[in-house]
Design a protein around this ligand. Structure first.
Ligand code: FAD
Length: 289
């Protein structure tokens, strides 16, 4: 029985590698760049499946291959491709899928699972198991030879056209820097000021639910029922910080809040808080950068 970490779209797996332990193995279902970024990962075995198709199309054969390797634990970072591959592998192993895990203990074979951001449950695997975990930076350490395995992509769908990606709020969950705006923004045209700041600090912009579902200024929103944000920097501007919102952002490394109300709950989550009118604070930050 063995543990396999699947990496497909991101090299940010150091925390997962650490949790999995040195006996774990790494399966890279990705391009040459990803394989070379991860070639120093301190694991027992590294196998690279070169891609000729979308990563998701390798899900059935990756699952079958991992079964043949005797895998009983599948770990991956919480990104779309990894999620597709890890769930398929878990199904192939006839295992249990754990959603919303925030940590994994290899020795206990147990996971910490967030319950709506309000509590953490510990669940123990009784058999084969698969889960996705928050990502973190590129690992470095001793090098392991990278083996190459060719697997067949599923023929269920075919890539018929490729176009340059259009940035959208769906990028938020994998962005390093995110600005979240709330009802402190009075009018849609004021988002220009926020977009300008976002461009300067290379951040993506998202919003609270009222700005998406109420005003319709965004097609999705950040939070527990919206998109989670696990960024290096999350900047909440004119956001009150209700649990529905903060429960989805509190895994971010640094949270900065700008709010004119000193009692706003967001300040309880923030590493840095600026009490003031965002219409003065944001231009002041912009001018200082
Ligand atoms: C079942 C359910 C699920 C939900 N899920 C989500 C979710 O996933 N994500 C989400 O975001 N919400 C969610 N909500 C809504 C959530 O409860 C809050 O209502 C929402 O997050 C509040 O959005 P807000 O902070 O933009 O607005 P408000 O709560 O109105 O806060 C606006 C803030 O802006 C500040 N402000 C105003 N003007 C200025 C200014 N000029 N300068 C500085 N600060 C200013 C105010 O002091 C205030 O704190 C959910 C609600 C329910 C019932």
């Amino acid at each position: 029985m063995s543990t396999w970490i699947i990496a497909s779209s991101s090299a940010s797996i150091s925390a997962i590698v650490e949790a999995a332990g040195p006996e774990a193995n790494l399966l890279i279902v990705g391009d040459e760049t990803l394989a070379s970024q991860l070639s120093n990962t301190p694991v027992a075995r590294i196998v690279h499946v070169p891609l000729l198709q979308l990563p998701e199309l390798y899900a059935p054969t990756v699952g079958q291959w991992l079964k043949e390797q005797g895998a009983d634990t599948i770990l991956a970072a919480d990104f779309a491709s990894e999620r597709a591959l890890a769930t398929a592998a878990t199904v192939a192993l006839n295992g249990a899928w754990i959603s919303s895990a925030s940590a994994w203990s290899a020795s206990e074979r147990s996971a910490s699972v967030s319950v709506a951001g309000m509590a953490l449950e510990t669940v123990k695997a009784q058999g084969p198991v698969g889960l996705v975990l928050p990502s973190s930076d590129i690992p470095c350490g001793s090098s392991t030879d990278v083996e190459t395995v060719s697997l067949q992509a599923s023929e269920g769908v075919e890539v018929v056209e490729t176009q340059p990606a259009v940035s959208s709020s769906s990028d938020l969950s994998r962005s390093e820097r995110v600005i979240g705006v709330g009802r402190g923004i009075a009018q849609e045209k004021d988002l220009e000021m926020i977009n300008k700041l976002a461009k300067t600090i290379d951040a993506k912009v998202g919003a609270t639910r009222p700005l998406a579902e109420g005003h319709g200024w965004f097609d999705s929103y950040i939070g527990l029922t919206g998109q989670p944000v696990t960024a290096e920097l999350y900047m909440a501007i004119g956001v009150s910080g209700q649990i529905h919102h903060t429960g989805g952002v509190r895994e971010s490394r640094i949270i900065v809040a700008i709010n004119e109300d000193p009692q706003a709950p967001i300040f309880q989550e923030a590493d840095y808080g600026i009490i003031g009118d965002l219409y003065e604070v944001v231009p002041a930050i912009q001018a200082a950068l």
